[in-house]
Structures are given as C-alpha cells and as structure tokens.
Write a protein that binds this ligand. Structure first.
Ligand SMILES: *Cc1c(COP(=O)(O)O)cnc(C)c1O
Length: 338
C-alpha cells in the first residue's frame, strides 16, 4: 500500500518501538514519569523556552494554548483556513468561547499589516482581540513556509498591541529543514509553540506545547480539564524523543519527494494546477475531464491512497514510510491517466 493521505499514517519503526518498550515510566499526572519529563525538557531546550507539555494530539496543544491565552468572548485573529479554526471541530468556540476574525490572504499566510488592520478598537461593542495564530508550514495553504521576517513583523505587532502570538508548528520541522533556521530562533517570536510528534517525526501519538513556565503551569491545568492528562505516558514520550533525535534531518527527503511529485503533476494533462510545493504537502486541482472521485478510484486500483480535499482538489503528503520506489510507482501510475 502506498499511503499519501497524510504524514500521520506512519507506523513506528522497529528502533522506535524498542525505545518505547524499554522506556522508564511513572504516573505523569503526579509528574513522576521520567521519560515524559525528559521529553518536555528536551523540547523546551530545543526551542530555548522554559517549559513544555506533552499532550495526546496537536488539536489539544493548540486548543489548550487558545484557552490559556484568551478569556471567553475574546477574539482570535487567524487565517480562514487555519487548522485551529477549519479542522478542529469548532473547538475554540466550543471549549474557550472565543470569537474569530478570519483573514483571507494567499496560500494561508497571514501578514503583519493585515493583523494590525484587524485588531478591534477599545469599544464595548467589539470583542477584545487577544490572540493571533499562525501556522507553519501552512497545511491547507499547500504546505507553505513563512518568511521569518514576516513572522518577526507579526510578532512585533502583537507585542505593540499586547496580544499573544501562538504558532501551530505541527510541521514546523518540515519548514526548518528547508530554511536552515533553528527552533530556538523561532520560539522567541511566540508566546507558545505547538509541534506534532506523530507526523513527519514518525511517533504514533503525541504533540508538545512549548512556552514559559507560568504559561505551561496554566496549560497543565487546562490539559487536565480537557481530559488529556495521561498516566504512564513515557512509553509514548519515548517515541517522541526518538523522533526528535533521529527523524528531523530526514524530513528534507520528504520535502524533496513532494517537490518531485509536484513537478510530475505539473506536466500531467489531467491536472489544472499545482500549488507550488514548498514542503511535504502537494495540493493540486484536477481539470474538468477527470473527476476527483474517478482519480481517487484510479489510484486505489494500484493501492495508492490520496486525500480528497474539496471540489476538484486533491492532497498528497510524503512521509517516513514513503520511499523512492513508491515515488517511482506513483509516477508511472500517474503517467497512465489520460
Ligand atoms: C495535524 C495538524 C494538527 C494537529 O492534529 P492532530 O490530529 O490533532 O494531532 C494541528 N495543526 C496542523 C496544521 C496540522 O496539520
């Protein structure tokens, strides 16, 4: 099976499983799990922040951050295709009672100018703007990578207006292997950063929320209330440590394979357009002659699985378990489509 639906489909490797099985564990609700503690300390150090919190999912890390940074009735500025808004089941309205101001800039990336233009005035009719959120890489924008300078400008606008700034960095490492920037360079722009261990890094479960100590103390409380405080979670944290140690630099390969897929798709007669590939996500639109349903079914006949997004739009995501020989196979199958 060739699974291009998402980079979440990877299974832990033998080496990762061995590390998990031999993990030292304890009850993490009592902060007694040495492996969870080690993972949190490692992540905090990588990002040059004071603390981190291990959670079951990236949705939870994002939503905890939103809950801590806002009060009910506040407004969050984010892109209309931001994962926190578009793909998290309405969680920020449901769990934190916040309103959103949705920006609509190209390829999912918000800008400092737009953020500044959408901060509500101090007027009792308007919700209080308290948080800005950016996503890097930007999933629904086509895996786009922010320019560091733009994030710096947005961070400046947030500081100037007393707003918090959260980064959904589910696939941040896919961006950093391209730009060569260090996580520590990133983190100081944000009040909180969320990263996923269960995507490109190959862990079966887990995400991290990273920030200063008072923030993480409050986040720990919210994680408990959201039902995300786990017990002998060190078995999972061990996979995260393994992913951070061994699976970051190889993300470049995923990005390169995705870029190759993008360039192949661009030459295909049945493809109308491909969003320029910047990381491991390839989003493309089929022309009128090939329905998305037929296309997905054709690939399935060859045991290749793609994700239908909407309209005529399809997504491929490359990952740890997608090899060069699979890439060749996909390329040759694509070539058979008229
Ligand atoms: C996958 C993803 C998340 C988190 O998803 P979970 O499935 O809840 O772990 C958050 N943000 C982005 C951009 C993602 O792609």
């Amino acid at each position: 099976m060739i699974d291009l639906r998402s980079d979440t489909v990877t299974r832990p490797s033998k080496e990762m499983l061995d590390t998990m099985f031999s993990a030292r564990v304890g009850d993490d609700v009592f902060s007694d799990d040495p492996t969870v503690n080690a993972l949190e300390e490692k992540a905090a150090a990588m990002f040059a922040k004071e603390a981190a919190l291990f959670c079951p999912s990236g949705t939870m890390t994002n939503q905890i951050a939103i809950n801590v940074h806002t009060r009910p009735g506040d407004e969050v500025i984010c892109h209309k295709h931001a994962h926190v808004y578009y793909y998290e089941g309405g969680a920020m309205m449901r769990n934190s009672g916040v309103s959103v101001c949705l920006l609509d800039s190209p390829r999912g990336q918000i800008t400092a100018a737009e953020v500044e233009a959408h901060i509500n005035p101090d007027n009792i009719h308007r919700p209080v703007t308290s948080l800005v959120e950016a996503e890097n890489t930007m999933n629904k924008g086509g895996g786009t990578i922010y320019k560091f300078e733009e994030l710096e400008l947005i961070s400046g606008v947030c500081r100037k207006h007393g707003l918090k700034f959260h980064l959904d960095g589910a696939r941040l490492f896919n961006a950093l292997v391209e730009t060569g920037e260090k996580p520590s360079k990133y983190a100081h722009l944000f009040d909180s950063v969320s990263i996923c261990l269960s995507k490109g890094l190959g862990a079966p479960i887990g995400s991290l929320l990273i920030g200063d100590k008072p923030f993480i103390r409050r986040a720990r409380r919210v994680r408990k209330a959201f039902g995300g405080a786990m017990r002998q979670a060190g078995y999972l944290a061990a996979a995260g440590i393994y992913g951070l140690d061994y699976n970051i630099s190889r993300l470049k390969k995923d990005n390169d394979r995705a870029r190759h897929l993008g360039s192949v798709l661009e030459t295909m007669p049945f493809v109308e357009s491909v969003i320029p590939v910047e990381s491991n996500i390839v989003i493309f639109k089929l022309g009128k002659k090939e329905s998305a349903e037929t296309f997905i079914a054709r690939l399935k006949e060859h045991d290749i699985h793609a994700l239908y997004l909407d309209g005529q739009t399809i997504r491929f995501v490359t990952h740890l378990d997608f090899t060069d020989s699979m890439l060749e196979k996909v390329e040759s199958v694509l070539q058979t489509i008229p």
